[in-house]
Design a protein around this ligand. Structure first.
Ligand code: SF4
Length: 186
């Protein structure tokens, strides 16, 4: 069995090789959680509230989700930073979001080979496995083993998480930044 330091470095290398701009390992005990983030989801600025099985309210009560996340020991935190033509570059933002979701799914696939007792993948926004979530048609989740929820749905304070991980939440004009995390226990 590798040492904790070796495992941490393997995970950081994996995230960087797969396309993360930065990656870091933090203790879950040091992550800030808040149930207040559920109110932001309820405001539905992303349009996914009630439209995705991995988003609120269907993903579950935030207190239970925070407790679940806090039962892990470590988190691989990663971010992608992509350039935009300008602050109105919606196409660029969508493309950056698609690339980030592809990274989240790639890390999920590769980490299935890691010898962890348990893992939880959290991305940015709703689950992106299907083009159209089955929830929109009131059908069961098509790929429950692959579905990924978000940091926000689990009450993670992403701004504080960025600081904790030695990353910036915002990375300058004409850029867009997304975060993801793999929570794990050995
Ligand atoms: S796997 Fe598909 S059906 Fe299941 S939550 Fe994700 S997008 Fe929805």
């Amino acid at each position: 069995m590798d040492t904790q330091q070796e495992i941490n470095q393997r995970l950081i290398d994996l995230a960087l090789q797969l396309g993360a701009t930065k990656a870091s390992i933090v203790k879950v005990a040091n992550i800030t959680f808040s149930a207040d983030f559920r109110q932001l989801c309820e405001m539905n600025s992303c349009g996914l509230y009630g439209q995705c099985w991995m988003c609120p309210p269907d993903i579950g009560e935030i207190d239970q989700l925070m407790a679940q996340a806090q039962s892990f020991d470590w988190a691989l935190v990663y971010q992608t930073i992509r350039p935009l033509e300008d602050s109105f570059d919606i196409e660029g933002m969508l493309d950056a979001g698609d690339r980030h979701n592809a990274l989240v799914n790639n890390i999920r696939q590769h980490s299935s080979e890691l010898p962890f007792a348990k893992m939880l993948h959290l991305g940015s926004g709703g689950c992106s496995i299907c083009r159209r979530c089955a929830k929109r048609d009131q059908q069961p989740c098509r790929f429950p083993d692959q579905a990924v929820s978000s940091l926000e749905a689990y009450g993670v304070a992403v701004y504080e998480l960025a600081n904790l991980s030695g990353m910036k939440y915002i990375n300058g004009p004409n850029t867009v930044t997304y975060f993801g995390a793999l929570l794990f226990s050995l």
